[in-house]
Design a protein around this ligand. Structure first.
Ligand code: HGY
Ligand code: MN
Ligand code: MN
Length: 429
């Protein structure tokens, strides 16, 4: 496949990407949270575009949206490509949506140039990956892979007390009859922005992801005693915020000591009663801890828990740490990664193999089918921010690599159709 053809679909992909970025709540950047009106508009737009592109457009029981290009070999297996449609609050327009726009564009393009594939190809817009509205992540791919069975929806509430179940019922996309989980996926390919600085720093056009880091996310609650800021002597306080602050600084110290690639972040902090002249009685905050090795991740989390317990005891506050997410590091498929490297060489693309510090839907698919990820650079390494940016020609390079791999997987004869045996169900807590 020559490189000349790429111009056509790149412009189409950029147009779809711009259209999707318009589906956002007001404010800086893009905010498109699960089961919100803007989320529904984006998914509905993709259903419409998929139908107009000649793909079979449908949604499943939790609102994942698909565009299917049916293969002539009716073996019931599917090569899936896509990403997530939701965003963080005030995020960028590329995280997730780029892989979605590229997937739907690629399938329409392949169909128009090469006709029906041997193997069925499907583009997917996963309903949710970020965990920005409800305290759980990967709701879309988690239902597709059986990590969730949908019954969890009644157990989670957003900041306004709305349950995931209520929000889901209030945001249906037509019939949503397709079942979850799926066992027909023989391969999954995700195109995504790097969200880091490695490709830019090393001057590489493409990242071939070797593995995705493991993650642990905790919801921490510290309970002290709310009291008068003026009449309570320093020695008689149980100040929840001062205790939480010491805990966060201690976690940072431990993370710096542990060194790369370990990262630990507190991204959310809620103070109660959050009033200038009241000693905070309760503080809730989050921990997001990642490492490419499971044993290191486990050991670090254990050290954080014991450090927090020591601080809570010394400061006479109550501590509760709820594990909200536990994802193991996910290696990508070596065969598909080798294919990607060969495609980069054929297309004259500079590339490097790299670990993903960001979590992705691909880490849920990886234990269940042959999975690969393709990165393109993020300017300045910025992501989860309105400043997130990747130049169109770099986005087009990723699309070209994706199209070439989908062509191989969908149109070329191969004996590689085996589904990886179903792993034991991996539970997210
Ligand atoms: O947080 C992450 O790593 C991803 O962007 N959701
Ligand atoms: Mn993402
Ligand atoms: Mn993200």
């Amino acid at each position: 496949m020559s490189a000349s053809y790429i111009q056509a679909p790149a412009a189409e992909m950029m147009e779809l990407l711009e259209e999707l970025s318009a589906f956002s709540a007001p404010g800086d950047g893009v905010t498109r949270l699960l089961y919100t009106p803007e989320w529904k508009k984006a998914q509905q737009h993709l259903l419409n575009r998929a139908g107009e592109s000649g793909l079979t457009a449908y949604a499943d029981s939790v609102g994942n949206v698909y565009g299917r290009l049916t293969g002539t070999r009716l073996d019931g297996k599917v090569v899936l490509t896509g990403s997530h449609i939701d965003t963080v609050v005030n995020g960028g327009k590329y995280d997730g949506a780029y892989g979605v726009a590229a997937a739907f564009t690629a399938l329409r393009y392949l169909s128009s140039v090469y006709g029906p594939p041997l193997r069925t190809l499907e583009a997917v817009s996963f309903a949710e990956e970020e965990g920005s509205r409800f305290p759980l992540t990967f709701w879309g791919s988690g239902n597709v892979t059986g990590v969730y069975d949908g019954s969890e929806a009644k157990d989670y509430r957003d900041g306004e007390g709305v349950t995931l179940q209520e929000a889901m019922e209030g945001c249906r996309l037509g019939d949503q009859k397709a079942d979850t989980p799926r066992s027909d996926i023989s391969a999954y390919v995700e195109l995504h922005i790097e969200q880091g600085i490695v490709l830019e720093r090393t001057g590489m056009q493409i990242g071939v992801v070797s593995a995705i880091v493991g993650q642990r996310r905790f919801a921490v609650t510290v309970k002290g005693t709310a009291n008068h800021a003026g009449t309570t002597p320093m020695g008689l306080r149980s100040d929840a915020l001062a205790a939480a602050a010491e805990m966060m600084l201690q976690m940072e110290r431990l993370a710096v000591e542990a060194g790369d690639p370990l990262v630990a972040t507190t991204g959310r902090l809620v103070v109660t009663p959050n009033t200038p002249n009241v000693i905070p009685g309760e503080v809730a905050f989050t921990l997001d801890i990642r490492h490419s090795r499971e044993d290191e991740l486990e050991a670090f989390c254990a050290s954080v828990v014991s450090a927090f317990e020591e601080i809570a005891g010394r400061r006479n506050v109550a501590l509760d740490m709820a594990l909200r997410l536990s994802a193991s590091p996910a290696p990508m498929d070596g065969g598909l990664s080798a294919e990607l490297e060969a495609i980069c060489l054929q297309q004259g693309r500079t590339y490097r193999s790299m670990v993903s510090g960001a979590g992705h839907d691909a880490q849920l698919l990886a234990p269940r089918c042959r999975t690969a990820m393709i990165f393109v650079p993020s300017q300045g390494g910025i992501s989860h921010s309105p400043e997130e940016y990747t130049p169109p020609e770099e986005l087009a390079a990723g699309l070209e690599v994706l199209i070439a791999l989908l062509y191989k997987l969908g149109y070329e004869e191969s004996d590689e159709d085996g589904l990886v045996p179903q792993n034991t169900k991996e539970r997210w807590t």
